[in-house]
Ligand binder design. Structure first.
Ligand code: ZN
Length: 482
């Protein structure tokens, strides 16, 4: 009897021990692996610094991009590269004079550490120019790069390169950019750099040839030359000026990959060019068209531009993996666009699969009064092959308004047509998401970071603190407060 009990007790003890050691194993193994994937927390001065700005990118855009990636790959665990970085923060974005900011005021905050008024570029509200982080990095002797899917003179890149009372002075902003001595400039919008009445179509009011200014300084220029840009093999000491298109680069959905490089390809070229010098570099990369897609309330266009932006970040992350003790990557947004909410009515299901067949942006679908042609284009070019009677009725109602020269709502902006709005609405309802505005919203944006001194960017910060923190970790000075 005694023996039997002893046996039972020892068996129980063994079982408890086995269970205990298993639970220790389980507790320690999974998180350690995760930590190894996320080795980050080097402190000090990074040699290679990337600042990625998703224009109009806040939490909803980051999640829509991630759910779209899952739908596209069929991998329910897929994550955006930017959503895997180990350090996270939240940033407030308000401007000096409005709680809902624009890209000029928000990019000026991210670039200089100063709040300014909506529309102002690299200046504080009284018109004083303040130093940008790109200028500070350049003055420290770092190689510098600014890349955007927008025209290079547009609000976000301009706020890192220029100083102007208004974002709507692109000709003056172009002159600042030509004087900036930034080593790698690539994006859209040659129209403000080429002279009036020259070979290429210009929007300048004068005969100034800013391309020549770049070339005289020794830049390799790829004006309206995406093929040449693609073939170009960077060499040590190269400087590059590459406004590849007349205006913005197209939405990712509308980009012809045979003709135009992706944002990831441009970023990779920037990395190759700047790292050739073997000195330190600072690079700002803007995914600019996420914002336009948000203004158009177009979910498929947002989702595809989010993936294109994330693929550019993945190029920087590859570089980081080769130089983990020297690289810092910071990803943030300048503000939210569209008031995008992932969920609508009384329904918990998001049907992101609905975005998969969409083959173009609404820019490609133009209603000219020919109803049949529009419905054919929706089927053949846009990818909406199975419109319900209710959806068709909604689009026809918008056609009635458009034919009568009316708007569905007074606040619909000039660039939208009632038919565009109806199609965007049909698609949004299919996905079960909704928009509160055709403009920006005043919510916070998430920031993520990886690499040397990445932890300094975590926490709940104002957007001005991002520039200040960059200056601090780079050991450079921005304009000091009076
Ligand atoms: Zn915007």
């Amino acid at each position: 009897m005694f023996n039997k009990n002893l046996k039972r007790i020892s068996l129980l003890l063994v079982l408890i021990l086995v269970a205990f050691s298993f639970s220790i194993y389980a507790m320690s193994s999974a998180p350690v692996e995760e930590k190894e994937g996320n080795k980050v927390v080097e402190q000090g001065t990074p040699k290679y610094v990337f600042l990625f700005i998703g224009d109009g990118m806040a939490s909803s855009q980051r999640m829509l991009g991630e759910y779209f990636l899952r739908a596209k790959t069929g991998d329910q665990n897929a994550k955006l590269t930017m959503n895997q970085f180990p350090v996270a923060g939240m940033n407030s974005t308000y401007a000096a004079n409005t709680l809902v900011t624009d890209s000029a005021a928000s990019a000026t905050a991210l670039a200089t550490g100063y709040k300014t008024n909506k529309g102002m570029i690299g200046q504080v509200p009284d018109g004083t120019a303040v130093k940008t982080i790109v200028e500070a990095a350049r003055d420290k002797g770092m190689a510098t790069g600014v890349i955007s899917t927008m025209r290079l003179t547009h609000a976000t890149p301009a706020s890192f390169l220029a100083h102007n009372e208004s974002r709507y002075n692109p000709n003056q902003i172009a002159e600042d950019i030509a004087a900036s001595d930034v080593d790698f400039l690539a994006g859209g919008g040659y129209r403000y750099f080429v002279p009036k009445d020259g070979e290429l179509k210009s929007k300048r009011k004068d005969d100034k040839d800013l391309v020549k200014v770049f070339e005289d300084k020794g830049y390799k220029s790829f004006v309206n030359d995406p093929a040449g840009f693609r073939d170009y093999k960077p060499e040590s000491g190269d400087k590059v000026f590459a406004p590849l298109t007349y205006s913005h680069l197209p939405y990712e959905l509308d980009r012809d990959p045979k003709k135009l490089p992706s944002l990831a390809e441009i970023t990779q070229k920037g990395i190759e060019t700047l790292s050739k010098k073997d000195n330190a570099f600072f690079m700002m990369v803007e995914g600019g068209r996420i914002d336009y897609a948000g203004h158009a309330n177009s979910p498929a266009t947002v989702a595809n531009d989010m993936l294109a932006f994330d693929q550019a970040i993945a190029k920087a992350y590859e570089f980081y993996k080769n130089h983990p003790k020297e690289t810092l990557i910071v990803v943030t947004g300048d503000h939210e666009t569209g008031g995008l909410g992932l969920g609508f009515k009384n329904d918990y299901f998001l049907n992101v699969d609905e975005l998969l067949p969409i083959k173009s942006s609404l820019d490609k679908i133009n209603y000219s009064g020919d109803r049949k042609a529009l419905f054919t284009a929706l089927k053949e070019e846009y990818g909406l092959t199975d419109l319900s009677d209710k959806e068709i009725a909604k689009i026809k109602q918008a056609m009635n308004l458009e034919d009568a020269g009316k708007k569905p709502v007074e606040y619909m902006p000039g660039f939208m047509s009632p038919v565009d709005a109806a199609i965007a609405n049909v698609l949004s309802e299919r996905v079960n998401l909704f928009w509160t505005t055709y403009a920006h919203s005043g919510t916070t944006v998430p920031l993520t970071a990886v690499g040397v001194s990445a932890t300094n960017f975590g926490g709940y910060k104002d957007n001005t603190e991002i520039a200040k923190t960059l200056a601090e970790v780079l050991g450079v000075k921005l304009t000091e407060a009076k």
